[in-house]
Design a protein around this ligand. Structure first.
Ligand code: ADP
Length: 297
């Protein structure tokens, strides 16, 4: 699973990323954390970044792109990753697209956590209070003044990425104002739907390959086709389960419904329910194709 989490400071990216790490055994790549480590170690990058970070500005694109490129090459990132805090500008997103292409890595989805700006200051204040209570060091950029600057740079530099990924059909929006648990459930539902669609694609590919093999051979053998059909059918069942729960969420009143209707204003945006339904559609088509192919024989 290869994901990007997108959202303003305090939207819950870090919390959700940690949960995804535990559930899926993938790594969290947080440029903020990496930069804070570089500052603590006073590496050349850390020295360059520290004043920019303290004031709430953005570190130059080439620095963060370089850090991410190196990090993606490490063995623990091969199983999957969650990018948290990167990309943060359109040039960073373009650079990431190029990097991924070069490294033959496919991005599965970009998950946007949508929150009301008015709640963010309170959230960050709570985080600071909790860190103090645990005796942890508080981030020097977690003050109301710097947060205002961080929010301003999010709005002007990072928010355009919503359009960027929506145009590329990668964006899925989750209502970040729900409870932590509910946000996690919603993200997991999205990931299940994506997984189902991938499975269908694979089953479809296998079925096509098997039928090509069969048509090359006379007399024909049906066993490969039967196996591929079973896989496609399994994918349909799996996707249907995901879509059923997605539909339930969309119908339910309240915040999830709000996200869905907001997303409807921008047709390019996918919702959890939409991707579930699409996954079912694709899976059904795949199963039909296999059945047709078998009937022809
Ligand atoms: P936030 O909670 O504000 O999202 P992060 O921990 O992700 O904060 O990042 C902290 C700071 O590190 C940012 O305000 C910025 O100065 C720097 N930073 C992190 N990631 C990037 C990036 N991709 N591009 C530029 N600067 C970054």
């Amino acid at each position: 699973m290869r994901l990007i989490l997108l959202g303003p400071p305090g939207s819950g990216k870090g919390t959700q990323a940690q949960r995804l790490v535990q559930r899926h055994g993938i790594v969290q790549l947080s440029t903020g954390e990496m930069l804070r480590a570089a500052v603590a170690a006073q590496t050349p990058i850390g020295i360059k970044a520290q004043d920019i970070m303290a004031s709430g500005g953005l570190v130059p694109d080439e620095i963060v792109v370089g850090i991410i490129s190196e990090r993606l090459d490490q063995p623990d990132a091969t199983k999957g990753f969650i990018l948290d805090g990167f990309p943060r500008t359109v040039p960073q997103a373009v650079a990431l697209d190029e990097l991924l292409k070069k490294k033959h890595i496919r991005l599965d989805a970009v998950i946007e956590l949508r929150v009301n700006e008015s709640a963010l200051l309170q959230r960050v204040e709570n985080r600071v209070a909790e860190m103090r209570a645990r005796g942890e060091d508080v981030r020097i950029d977690d003050t109301p003044e710097v947060l205002t600057r961080r929010l301003a740079s999010y709005r002007s530099q990072t928010e355009p990425l919503i359009h960027y990924y929506s145009e590329r059909r990668k964006l899925l929006t989750v209502d970040g104002m729900m409870t932590i648990e509910a946000v996690t459930r919603e993200i997991n539902r999205i990931l299940a739907a994506i997984g189902a669609a991938e499975q269908t694609k694979a089953a479809n590919k296998a079925a096509t390959k098997a039928s090509a093999k069969r048509s090359a051979k006379v007399p024909q053998k049906a066993s490969a086709g039967r196996g591929a059909k079973a896989t496609a059918e399994k994918a349909v069942k799996f996707a249907a389960r995901g879509a059923a729960t997605s539909r339930k969420t969309t119908k339910a009143p309240g915040k999830v419904g709000k996200t869905a209707s907001r997303s409807n204003k921008k047709p390019a945006r996918k919702t959890a329910a939409g991707s579930g339904a699409r996954a079912v559609g694709k899976a059904r088509k795949a199963a039909k194709k296999v059945t047709k192919r078998r009937a022809k024989r």
